[in-house]
Design a protein around this ligand. Structure first.
Ligand code: NDP
Length: 331
């Protein structure tokens, strides 16, 4: 039998946590043949709720689930984990300054970085979801220098999937026939959803989205803002932030990273920039990537027009500002 993989979920008593743990336990994240042990971490005020989640996981009798640890101790939570899904973070409350939220999250991610660095399995793969996701991932990287930088990523797959969904709705085609959209940059409203290389599988072969959607105005304006503002639209409708789609996207992110992307398909991931596409190294920035044998690589050689260039630079600029705000919180 295959040995179990240990998956850490932080903030596991929260909404995304509640949506993602059954997905992981059903094999949605790591495949239907891969047994898992869940390590659930939350903070002391959420300890009782966390224990309730553990009870439900036991009650669901998932065949792949070989164990559940529910704890408020970061060291116990990080011990030997192969995958770390960082959902826990300090939410921005009304009236709070950006700097105050940043400062809370910097201290959370600094502490969790040290626990992962000391106690996680070698080659642990990390996915940061809690906002500001890109910058939290950067802080984690800074304070876990022995974790290879390629192993620290943040989630922009939800934005990517939202872009696929909008194209599919607008053209009335199956979402599974749409591919190769790109989310560039920050998981924030400055992100740039780019359809210039996206295609749709039709009965007469693969066609560029730009050819099928005749309305350039829609693609260059409304499509982009709809994807950028989708999180806010879900909050308005549900009175809660998106959780099932975020959890599902997180499973997609890890699954593709570990098991590989299909031939000819790329996905978006927030990764440590190597300078590709003129994005300065030292930022966690969302790029188009393909994955093979547990490693991602940035898709190279895509043509970037002036419209895209300006939007890619604007979201990079926001990340530079977030980075300096985060560093100012360290002192
Ligand atoms: P959620 O489970 O709804 O969200 C968790 C985090 O994911 C938030 O930071 C949220 O950012 C972020 N996020 C990123 N992308 C998305 C997206 N597309 N849609 C929705 N959320 C997204 O929050 P809950 O408040 O329900 O749960 C948080 C848990 O974290 C709680 O159990 C709490 O106890 C724990 N926590 C842990 C802390 C720690 O580790 N020290 C500190 C504080 C809380 P955003 O806020 O911008 O929506």
């Amino acid at each position: 039998a295959r040995s179990s993989l240990k998956v850490l979920v932080t903030g596991a008593a929260g909404q995304i946590g509640y949506a993602i743990v059954p997905m992981i336990a059903r094999g949605v994240m790591l495949g239907p043949d891969q047994p898992v042990i869940l390590h659930l971490l939350d903070i002391e005020p959420a300890a009782e709720a966390l224990n309730g989640v553990k009870m439900e996981l036991i009650d669901a009798a998932f065949p792949l689930l070989k164990g559940v640890i529910a704890t408020t101790d970061p060291i116990e939570a990080c011990m030997g984990v192969n995958i770390a899904v960082m959902v826990g973070g300090f939410p921005r409350k009304e009236g709070m300054e950006r700097k105050d939220v940043m400062s809370k999250n910097v201290s959370i991610y600094k502490a969790q970085a040290s626990a992962l660095e000391k106690h996680a399995a070698e080659d642990c793969k990390v996915l940061v979801i809690a906002n500001p996701a890109n910058t939290n991932a950067l802080i984690l990287k800074e304070f876990a220098p022995s974790i290879p930088e390629k192993n620290i990523t943040c989630l922009t797959r939800l934005d990517h999937n939202r872009a696929l969904g909008q194209i599919s709705e607008s053209l009335d085609v199956q979402v599974s026939d749409v591919k190769n959209v790109i989310i560039w940059g920050n998981h924030s409203s400055t992100q740039y959803p780019d359809v210039n290389h996206a295609t749709v599988q039709t009965s007469s072969g693969e066609k560029p989205v730009r050819e099928l959607v005749s309305d350039d105005k829609w693609l260059n304006a409304e499509f982009i803002t709809t994807v950028q503002q989708r999180g806010a639209a879900v909050i308005k409708a549900r009175k809660l932030s998106s959780a099932l789609s975020a959890a599902s996207a997180a499973c997609d992110h890890i699954r593709d990273w570990v098991l590989g992307t299909p031939e000819g398909t790329w996905v978006s991931m927030g990764v440590y920039s190597d300078g590709s596409y003129g994005i300065q190294p030292g930022l966690v920035y969302s790029f188009p990537v393909t994955c093979e044998k547990g490693k991602w690589s940035i898709v190279q050689g895509l043509k970037i027009d002036d419209f895209s260039r300006a939007k890619m630079d604007a979201t990079a600029k926001e990340l530079v500002e977030e980075k300096s705000l985060a560093y100012s919180c360290l002192n």
